[in-house]
Design a protein around this ligand. Structure first.
Ligand SMILES: Cc1cc2nc3c(=O)[nH]c(=O)nc-3n(C[C@H](O)[C@H](O)[C@H](O)COP(=O)(O)O)c2cc1C
Length: 340
């Protein structure tokens, strides 16, 4: 009931103010007074035991300010970031929009974050001992032909502090970032990151799996190329998908909001994200790790992602709309306790 009231209050505030308040509340010592949920529904993947297969997607806690609070919500794993080498302010506000009648969000945050050194301190301070992913990106001012340096820098600083690293090359809100998904740029980026992963393993005796987060706005041919290159590089998995720049006909919100530039997430992303997932599973084969994210608002949405070949799922917009009950419902549903 309290969680419901808090969510209703937050929904009455401007979207970014509400988000910042939620991060503050989850990051405050008071969050220990909320009943911690621990949901056991274990999955083994990439040599990691995930207590349950429902994770917090990247972008909610970009700087690692709310790790312990998020851990109390019942997630099986938490992904923080996207983090870049240097702090940067992101795009001008407003840059976050709710599409209430569509169960959706449009954002063009633009990797606003406090930089990798800040995030490293936050992770070291956190008490959380569960599965942690750190999602890394490049600074806006770094040109694409130097992007690999930013990813390698963040990888080297972060990899001993987490269970996996996500390479984000699919945000629509950093100019030209998605170009890194194509052709030679992709091949060079993947090989630079693989080299760093092996070097870091040699130096620290810790192998940290790397997943590549991809966009839902690629055609079948582009997806096939990407999957082939990611597998050939020896990296460990794919996160499928980021937000879309499409605006489906079905959207019912005000035109002024629908026309805002940025990535669309939530229910209207679901079909597109699922089609990408289906193709990625087809091209990657049965055994390649895939984390699916995009449009999970309900337990049945999550089940369909597993049916299409996901090993794990993540939620963002659904968590903003429904809170931690969504995590419980998905897990109950998967373990057959509530199949209504
Ligand atoms: C406000 C907002 C900020 C986001 N920031 C990031 C980010 O920094 N890095 C990233 O990889 N994905 C980011 N995402 C994308 C989500 O992680 C997720 O892939 C996408 O929203 C689809 O999932 P959903 O439909 O459950 O929200 C962001 C999404 C939203 C709504």
């Amino acid at each position: 009931m309290l969680e419901f009231l808090a969510r209703k209050t937050l929904q009455a505030l401007p979207a970014e103010t509400a988000h910042n308040l939620a991060i503050k509340a989850l990051g405050s010592p008071l969050s220990i007074f909320t009943q911690a949920k621990q949901i056991k529904n274990p999955v083994e993947l990439m040599g990691i035991t995930f207590p349950n297969p429902v994770g917090m997607a990247a972008g909610f806690d970009k700087n690692g300010d709310a790790i312990d609070g998020l851990a109390r919500q019942g997630f099986g794993f938490i992904e923080i970031g996207t983090i870049t080498p240097k702090p940067q302010p992101g795009n001008d506000r407003p840059r976050l929009f709710r599409l209430g009648c569509d169960n959706a969000i449009i954002n063009r945050m633009g990797f606003n974050n406090k930089g990798i050194d800040y995030l490293v301190k936050q992770v070291k301070k956190a008490k959380y001992k569960g599965v942690l992913g750190i999602n890394i990106g490049k600074n806006k001012t770094t040109p694409n032909d130097k992007a690999v340096d930013d990813y390698v820098h963040c990888f080297a600083k972060a990899h001993t502090l987490c269970d996996y690293i996500t390479v984000n090359i699919s945000s629509p809100n950093t100019p030209d970032l998605r170009e890194l998904q194509n052709d030679q740029a992709l091949v060079e980026l993947l090989s630079g990151i693989k080299n760093q992963q092996l070097l870091s393993q040699k130096n620290n005796e810790k192998y940290t799996p790397v997943l590549v987060k991809i966009s839902p706005d690629q055609n079948e041919q582009q997806l096939e190329f990407m999957v082939q290159q990611i597998k050939a590089s020896g990296l460990d998995g794919i996160i499928c998908t980021n937000t879309t720049i499409d605006r489906p006909e079905s959207l019912k919100s005000d035109a002024q909001v629908i026309e805002q530039a940025g990535g669309l997430s939530g229910q209207p992303l679901y079909q597109k994200s699922n089609e990408t997932l289906r193709l990625v599973r087809k091209f990657a084969g049965d055994d390649f790790p895939i984390i699916a994210v995009g449009g999970i608002i309900d337990k049945k949405d999550a089940l369909e992602k597993f049916r299409l070949g996901a090993n794990l799922v993540q939620v963002y917009t659904g968590f903003v709309l429904k809170g931690s009950s969504l995590i419980t419902q998905i897990n109950d549903y998967l373990s057959g306790e509530n199949t209504q």
